[in-house]
Ligand binder design. Structure first.
Ligand code: KMH
Ligand code: ZN
Length: 273
C-alpha cells in the first residue's frame, strides 16, 4: 500500500455562509475545522483567512492568530494561501509569508478566474518565490492550465525553488483547464520525476478528479474551498465529511493516508522555524 497525502482546503476566498452555513470563516471556526479535518485523515490544511465581515484578507494578525490556534490544537501541517482573494492586491498577499507558515501556495500566472481576475505579475511571483526560499517556507506551485507548468519550471531554472518541487493541478476553474482526466494527464505527464503533486477538482468534478489523482499515484485535496456539496443537491455538513469520503476512497484503492509526520518527510519540508 503506498501513502497518499490528503489536504483539506477549509474555506477558500469565494464562498460565504449564505452558500453553505457550515463554511468556517472566523479563526476559531477555521481551527475547529482544521482539527476535524485532521481527525478525519487530512495531513495538511490549506488556509485562507477572512476579516470580521467575512471577506478574504491578508491581515497578518488574523493569519498569525489562525495558524497559532490550529498549531495549538493538533499536529496537522498548515499551508497558508498567498492567493488570498481576487480583490486583495498582490503587494498585500505576498506579506503573508511573514506569518511564517511551514508551507504556502505560489500562484505563478495571472488568469481570468470565474467572474473575476487573478493577478500574479511575473516580478511579484519571482519576489515571493525568493522570499519563501529565504524563510524556508515550502511553496506549492498552483497549476491551473497547461502552460502554467512551464512558468513554474522556469522559476526552478532561475534557482528560485528548492527540490523536491510540489505542485497542485487545479482543474475546473472557469479561466483554467477543465476538470477532466485528459487535462490532468496532460499536465501530470510533464511534471518532473521526483516531484510531489496533488489533484484538485473545483466544483462538480471534485470527487471524480481527486479519485483519478489518487489512482494515478498522486496526492489529493478536497474541502469546502473546492466544493460545497457532497453530491448534487446535498450540501457538505463539514470539511471533515469531505475529507472522510476521500480517505475512504484512498483506502479502497490501497493508498494509505499519510499522517502529518509522514507528509512532512514525503514533501521534504524545511524544519519548523
Ligand atoms: N483557490 C483555488 C482554486 C491558493 O489559494 O493560493 C486554488 C488555491 C490557490 O487554493
Ligand atoms: Zn486556496
Amino acid at each position: 500500500m503506498s501513502t497518499a497525502i490528503i489536504t483539506a482546503a477549509l474555506t477558500g476566498p469565494i464562498a460565504t455562509k449564505a452558500d453553505n452555513p457550515a463554511l468556517p470563516t472566523s479563526p476559531e471556526e477555521i481551527a475547529d475545522a482544521a482539527v476535524g479535518a485532521w481527525e478525519a485523515g487530512a495531513a495538511i490544511v490549506h488556509v485562507h483567512v477572512r476579516d470580521a465581515q467575512g471577506a478574504p484578507t491578508a491581515d497578518l494578525d488574523i493569519a498569525r492568530r489562525t495558524v497559532g490556534l490550529i498549531e495549538d490544537r493538533c499536529p496537522v501541517l498548515v499551508q497558508l494561501s498567498t492567493g488570498v482573494g481576487l480583490d486583495v492586491p498582490f503587494s498585500d498577499r505576498e506579506k503573508l509569508v511573514l506569518a511564517r507558515p511551514r508551507m504556502a501556495t505560489l500562484n505563478v500566472c495571472s488568469m481570468s478566474f470565474g467572474a473575476g481576475e487573478f493577478r500574479n505579475p511575473p516580478d511579484g511571483v519571482r519576489r515571493l518565490a525568493a522570499r519563501m526560499r529565504e524563510l524556508d517556507i515550502k511553496p506549492e506551485l498552483e497549476i491551473y492550465d497547461t502552460g502554467h507548468l512551464e512558468v513554474a519550471l522556469a522559476l526552478h531554472d532561475e534557482g528560485l525553488l528548492a527540490e523536491p518541487l510540489q505542485f497542485s493541478v487545479v482543474l475546473g476553474v472557469r479561466g483554467g483547464a477543465p476538470a477532466t482526466a485528459s487535462s490532468l494527464l496532460s499536465i501530470v505527464s510533464r511534471i518532473p520525476e521526483g516531484s510531489a503533486w496533488q489533484a484538485i477538482g473545483i466544483g462538480r468534478a471534485n470527487l471524480e478528479l481527486t479519485t483519478i489523482g489518487l489512482a494515478l499515484g498522486g496526492n489529493a485535496r478536497t474541502g469546502m474551498e473546492d466544493t460545497l456539496l457532497m453530491r448534487r443537491g446535498v450540501p457538505a455538513g463539514s470539511n471533515a465529511q469531505l475529507v472522510a469520503r476521500l480517505v475512504n476512497i484512498a483506502r479502497a484503492i490501497e493508498r494509505d493516508p499519510a499522517d502529518p509526520e509522514q507528509a512532512e518527510k514525503l514533501l521534504s519540508l524545511p524544519q519548523a522555524g
